[in-house]
Design a protein around this ligand. Structure first.
Ligand code: ADP
Length: 533
């Protein structure tokens, strides 16, 4: 397989000819102004997936991008899309890296980039919520809270530059007590494919007072329908913010052995379910922990997965565990000091476990990206992972849901580690614990210039999804390349769930203009495009 990069050619949506496409683009320019339409060349570069796990780095190519400034422009864009049947792929800031970036599932779609709609519309300190537009990033909201001296925290995901709306709609998560982003979302404004503007829940009351306070409203509750779907364009979103705690403890426990994972998971589950630990604690594998400190080449430069002896040397040199539990406690000092003792006592029986923790006062800032995330401060240090294997780093993620049971965690870990080694990748992964379930995230890291490695990472992901499916596990999120495959794995009763999703899709978007293929949901107009891989 050659690593030569083929030249970019403009990709139009299937069945849309140059004349119709040109008509649509001219109409879009009339709506948003020519400078806000990217027709190709360098301006379109950001809309390709930089981490695409295929030999062709230009797969999932967009044909153009448009950047509207407000809801009225979006409605006008939808009128043109429905008339010309040109498909639209919405992003908020397009930083969904490792799952496709800003690129569309159906090649040739036009990316609707909402980054110009970036107002923080309202923040209520007393009731602890914010309402934002799609272009607002975690960094933006955090900076605003600081400037206004509001005693509220955001819950940042690993990379703070992404948008709140995009991350929440993808059901991303962070590590504070508000780590479940979908659960902390309350109230939306959505533009439907027919241009109708809907405010969900209490937002439908004229001059309402509780849009961001009570999710259901009256009658059916729709917010969840717009997450990981292609049913609408979200133009405003409410989210609950965490009141800044009086004090917080950030602790880390290093565990020496691979099979300690089972006892860590079982012990942590009990501590989360009884409310001692209220945040999303993270159990990081040795390599993921080490990657924030040093590059792989310090211990191993060969092909294939890092050998056990090199991993052991790395653990010794850096003082990291085979598993590393990162947790936080928030509240009054006397309460969190007692909780810390309870946590340390719970793990004290694990041989060779090493404990470290520090208490901070409100306003104090920990150092180090992961610690800062636990203190509600967005960071970009997670991107150090891109340096792990050298070159121009990239990764794709395999994200199976795991029951919070030690046996399941060990089983998933063993399965992923063995399959990754077979394809030449290190086990770079960990588990984010959320009570009854764990988000297991494994990243296949490769250098972008080595296209054969990129393709192998993609092949590995498919093998992992197949292994996981056979063992009764499913992914919670997927790269564009496997959206159909992931959806097909949720196949009970001959795919009844996907049939329902597509029935709703056809009712809301009969022309199929919004994000065809997202999450495996194909409108009838584009159903023949299913099954990229
Ligand atoms: P990030 O916040 O990481 O930059 P993106 O903007 O890339 O996230 O969004 C991730 C995904 O969420 C997109 O690919 C798209 O499918 C969906 N999405 C993002 N913003 C919206 C929106 N405003 N309305 C509908 N879907 C959206």
């Amino acid at each position: 397989m050659s690593d030569a990069v083929p030249p970019v050619v403009r990709t139009l949506p299937p069945g849309i000819d140059e004349a119709r496409f040109a008509r649509a683009l001219a109409a879009f320019e009339g709506i948003v102004g020519a400078p806000n339409v990217c027709r190709g060349g360098a301006s379109l570069e950001p809309y390709f997936d930089p981490f695409v796990p295929l030999a062709d780095p230009h797969a999932f190519a967009p044909s153009a991008a448009i950047l509207p400034a407000n809801v009225e422009e979006i409605r006008a864009i939808l009128r043109v899309a429905n008339e010309t049947r040109v498909p639209i792929w919405t992003v908020s800031t397009g930083r969904n890296f490792a799952y496709g970036g800003a690129a569309p599932r159906l090649a040739g779609s036009i990316v609707l980039d909402l980054q110009r709609m970036n107002r923080i519309l309202e923040v209520d300190e007393r009731l602890a919520w914010a309402r934002v537009e799609p272009g607002v990033s975690y960094f933006d909201l955090h900076a605003h809270l600081r400037e206004q001296r509001l005693r509220l925290w955001v819950d940042p995901p690993a990379a703070g530059w992404g948008s709140i709306v995009g991350n929440t709609l993808e059901r991303g998560f962070g590590t504070t007590a508000y780590g479940d982003h979908a659960a902390a979302q309350c109230g939306m404004e959505v533009v439907l494919a027919n241009g109708d503007v809907v405010r969900t829940g209490m937002g439908a009351i004229e001059n309402g007072t509780a849009w961001q306070l009570y999710k259901p409203g009256y009658g059916p509750s729709f917010d969840a329908l717009f997450a990981q779907s292609n049913y609408g364009i979200v133009t405003k979103m409410g989210l609950w913010l965490m009141p800044a705690p009086q004090a917080f403890v950030i602790g880390e426990i290093h565990f020496a052995r691979e099979d300690d994972l089972a006892v860590i998971v079982d012990t942590l589950r009990a501590l989360q379910l009884d409310g001692t630990i209220r945040q999303h604690a993270v159990i990081e594998g040795a390599i993921r922990r080490a990657a924030s400190l040093a590059p792989r080449s310090r211990w191993y430069e060969g092909e294939g997965a890092m050998p056990e002896a090199a991993v052991a040397a790395m653990q010794r040199d850096l003082g990291v565990g085979r598993w590393n539990l990162h947790y936080a406690l928030y509240g009054a000092p006397e309460v969190i000091d007692a909780q810390r003792r309870i946590v340390e006592r719970a793990f004290a029986g694990v041989p060779d476990a090493r404990f470290a923790a520090r208490r901070y006062a409100e306003g104090e800032e920990p150092q180090g990206g992961a610690d800062r995330n636990l203190a509600g401060i967005p960071a970009m240090t997670a991107f150090r992972m891109l340096d792990w294997r050298g070159g121009n780093g990239a990764h794709v993620d395999f994200s199976p849901l795991c029951p919070a049971d030690g046996r399941d965690a060990l089983r998933q870990y063993a399965l992923v580690k063995a399959r990754a080694a077979e394809y030449g990748f290190d086990y770079y992964g960990g588990f984010t614990a959320a009570g009854r379930h764990l988000h297991h995230v494994f990243a296949a890291i490769f250098a972008r210039e080595r296209r054969a490695d990129a393709e192998r990472a993609g092949d590995l992901l498919r093998a992992l999804m197949s292994d996981a499916g056979a063992a009764g596990y499913g992914v919670y999120r997927s790269h564009l390349i496997y959206m159909d495959y992931a959806a097909a794995q949720y196949g009970y009763n001959d795919g009844a769930l996907l049939r329902l999703a597509q029935t709703v899709k056809d009712a809301l978007d009969p022309q199929g203009v919004l994000a065809p293929g997202k999450q495996g949901i194909w409108p009838s107009a584009w159903r023949a495009e299913r099954g990229y891989t």
